[in-house]
Design a binder for this molecule. Structure first.
Ligand code: G16
Ligand code: MG
Length: 220
């Protein structure tokens, strides 16, 4: 068909936020301040570089670019250790079913993630082949809320942006999807993802009927 469905990775397909948290938390501890789960919410969907800046800001720490680079590398090394141990059991509920349904309907399927580790994660959870197109943190220069990652995915699927649906758990990701002129489905809380066209707590409450009806609903 001429429809594309773009999935964010962390928070939509898998919950890697807890691994990011463990690794960032170790750095914060080393630097002598407390980094809470609430703080970690601010890092969701945000690039590695931006994440470090937010973290350092919380700890009131300034550092040279060289030092920041070293901290990012150390954090990523630890994060990689966690994702090496990932298995398909960590795929979030109903995601395989929705992917299978969309494929059967002949839709194009893409990944649109800020992560530079997206391919490794997809391989670990055995979903690498489920995506026709993968656009991740290694392919884009402008992080969400910039629409670059999703526009690139649409372009590579050869689908017009207005014929794309984005699944996103982060505020910055929903903003990016709307900036790309796409239909944005939030995965999470309605109060948080206010700019989304529709919000579901997770994929277990989303039906194929709903997805099929998206383009038949007149836009206000
Ligand atoms: C994910 C996470 C972010 C993380 C970013 C970069 O994005 O949500 O918390 O900072 O990737 O990850 P990495 O350090 O692996 O490059 P997404 O877009 O998949 O939600
Ligand atoms: Mg996300």
């Amino acid at each position: 068909t001429d429809k594309g469905f773009i999935f964010d990775l962390d928070g939509v397909v898998v919950d890697t936020a807890r691994y990011h948290y463990k690794a960032w938390n170790r750095l914060a501890t080393q630097l002598g301040f407390v980094f809470t789960q609430e703080h970690n919410e601010l890092l969701k969907g945000v690039s590695r570089k931006k994440s470090l800046d937010i973290l350092l800001n919380i700890g009131n720490i300034t550092a040279s670019e060289d030092q920041k680079q070293q901290w990012m590398e150390a954090k990523n090394q630890e994060y990689l250790e966690y994702i090496q141990k990932m298995t398909p059991d960590e795929i979030l509920p109903n995601v395989p079913y929705i992917l299978k349904h969309l494929k059967e309907e002949g839709h194009h399927i893409a990944l649109g993630s800020a992560s530079k580790n997206a391919v490794q994660i997809l391989q670990k959870i055995m979903l690498f082949d489920a995506f026709d197109v993968i656009v991740d943190g290694t392919h884009v220069s402008k992080a969400k809320p910039d629409p670059e990652v999703f526009l690139k995915a649409a372009q590579e699927m050869n689908i017009r942006p207005e014929n794309c649906v984005v699944f996103e758990d982060a505020v910055a990701g929903i903003q990016a999807a709307k900036a790309a002129n796409m239909y944005a489905i939030g995965i999470g809380k309605k109060e948080v993802l206010i700019a989304a066209d529709e919000v579901f707590p997770d994929f277990t409450t989303m039906t194929p009927q709903f997805l099929g009806a998206i383009w038949n609903v007149p836009k206000v």
